[in-house]
Design a protein around this ligand. Sequence first.
Ligand code: 6CS
Ligand code: FE
Length: 304
Amino acid sequence: MYDIYPSRRQAESRLLPRLDPVIHGEWTPDCPLSRHQAEQFDRDGYLVLEDVFSPEEMVCLQKEAGAMLGDPASLAPDTIITEPGGTEIRSIFEIHVQNRAMARLAADERLAGVARFLLGDEVYLHQSRLNYKPGFAGKEFFWHSDFETWHVEDGMPRMRALSMSVLLSENTQHNGPLMLIPGSHRHYLTCVGETPEDHYKSSLKKQEYGVPDEQRLTELAHELGIVAPLGKPGTMIIFDCNVMHGSNGNITPFPRANVFLVYNALSNRLQAPFGVDTPRPDFIATREPIPIAPVSGSLIEELT
Ligand code: 6CS
Ligand code: FE
């Protein structure tokens, strides 16, 4: 089959045009985002929403995240990714399956309703994770486009997915906050190097394939700049599946904990991967979508 977003196939990296809209829904006054917010997301490839959750809801989510981090034996062992060369927890995958509060969060109208509008379709969770950047020991995430990985390794056909990061701890300029290149989502930067088998076993600790080359990154960063949205717990960062992003390590004593929920359009469900023979396991990339019915009201009501 002809691949409109080929990557990891050629010796040189290329900058290809994006062939999909950024916002798939039609804006109307009753949309969950203002016209200005929608325009910002379209232009920059990300949007920051503050005070999305009440302090009580944040306490609940922090407690639930702490419970998972504090009792890894209660989790499916495969879903726990440790820091490269260390034993500290870097990510826990499939949190919406392993924790009721995270499932409720993922279905919340404030997230799923926005995802439905931006993706112009029913949505399902492609991936969920808790990214924990422990104090002193948290390592970086090198620059990448999520879509590049999801297309090549998981078989996501089109750019019709997005991530929502819910900040559980304060993200400061010091503790390795998410960095993005605004506007980079408008191009598809192809990567070089063939994907090794079972790549995810190393890439989730330290990604070495599916990362753009330094020359291209230098050009992009010079042209478009780099932003690092900061925020207190309860802030939410929504970003397009193809925006270039990454984060530095955390040598401060202050851990950084963020929930990541990836929504994909139901019509964009995974096919055979475009660059590897065997798709990654389901706990990283769901192959059997369950459409989300958005739930309104406080997170806490149902959980207590
Ligand atoms: O593997 C994933 O699905 C995500 N994680 C990493 C480290 N890179 C690509 C994508 O963001
Ligand atoms: Fe990413």
